[in-house]
Design a protein around this ligand. Structure first.
Ligand code: SF4
Length: 227
């Protein structure tokens, strides 16, 4: 994986933290309700996660391999495939694999993420305005849902020659094994899905994110012009 893509991904994570810093979330260290075995990531994010100091411990990799050997959710579509279908007015392909119970093997015994600084966007995006245990699910500002979806699309575009899959698979496969049939081929960015009433806010947030410095350029240099 090229070093520039990892730099761009780190920039996107930092920009995401900046634009969401003004929100008040109920999420606290040790609350790990959303840390399940159903997390979906791109191969680029898995590559970045493998740079976490905790991942260098072979015992942690062995735990992830054990979890990956159990039946687990495997997504049928990437985010950009779903977006392309929606933009074309078509139904996305069905996603028949069921979500499974079980905690993410990257959690420690205190309920803390062992790779927190390198966690994927799906984990960064899962932020609730009230404790999830109260209603059984996260409560999120609809605008944040729109923004997080768009950033998933941007990450897939950065990794458009890569794959999308369950975090367990993406961490335990590499090289030719990464291109197996059970992983979804990534696609370029087809455009964003933004409700008309959120457009102004969305473009303001994206302007901040795409201006984020990456090397000698900015994050927006990695994307096609969409407007
Ligand atoms: S990677 Fe970290 S934040 Fe994400 S689900 Fe696993 S333990 Fe939770």
């Amino acid at each position: 994986m090229c070093r520039e893509q990892c730099l761009a991904l780190a920039g996107l994570y930092a920009a995401h933290a900046r634009v969401t810093a003004g929100y008040r979330f109920a999420c606290r260290a040790g609350c790990a309700t959303c840390c399940s075995v159903n997390v979906v990531v791109t191969s680029l994010e898995a590559e970045y996660l493998r740079q976490a100091p905790a991942w260098q411990d072979p015992a942690l990799a062995a735990e992830v391999h054990r979890a990956a050997a159990q039946p687990h959710y495997t997504p049928a579509c990437s985010t950009n495939l779903v977006a392309a279908c929606c933009l074309a007015g078509r139904e996305p392909p069905p996603d028949p694999s069921p979500h499974r119970p079980g905690a993410c093997p990257l959690l420690d015994e205190r309920g803390l993420c062992r790779v927190y600084d390198h966690r994927p966007l799906a984990c960064r995006a899962m932020a609730s305005t009230r404790p999830c245990a109260e209603g059984g699910e996260a409560v999120m500002d609809p605008f944040l849902f729109t923004l997080n979806l768009a950033l998933c699309q941007v990450i897939e575009h950065l990794d458009r020659d890569g794959r999308t899959g369950n975090l367990l698979d993406m961490l335990t496969r590499s090289g030719p094994d990464l291109h197996s049939a059970s992983l979804v081929r990534n696609r370029p960015l087809p455009g964003f899905l933004v409700p008309p009433e959120e457009e102004q806010r969305f473009h303001a947030a994206m302007d901040t994110i795409l201006a984020w410095p990456v090397g000698r350029g900015r994050l927006g240099d990695f994307l096609p012009r969409l407007r």
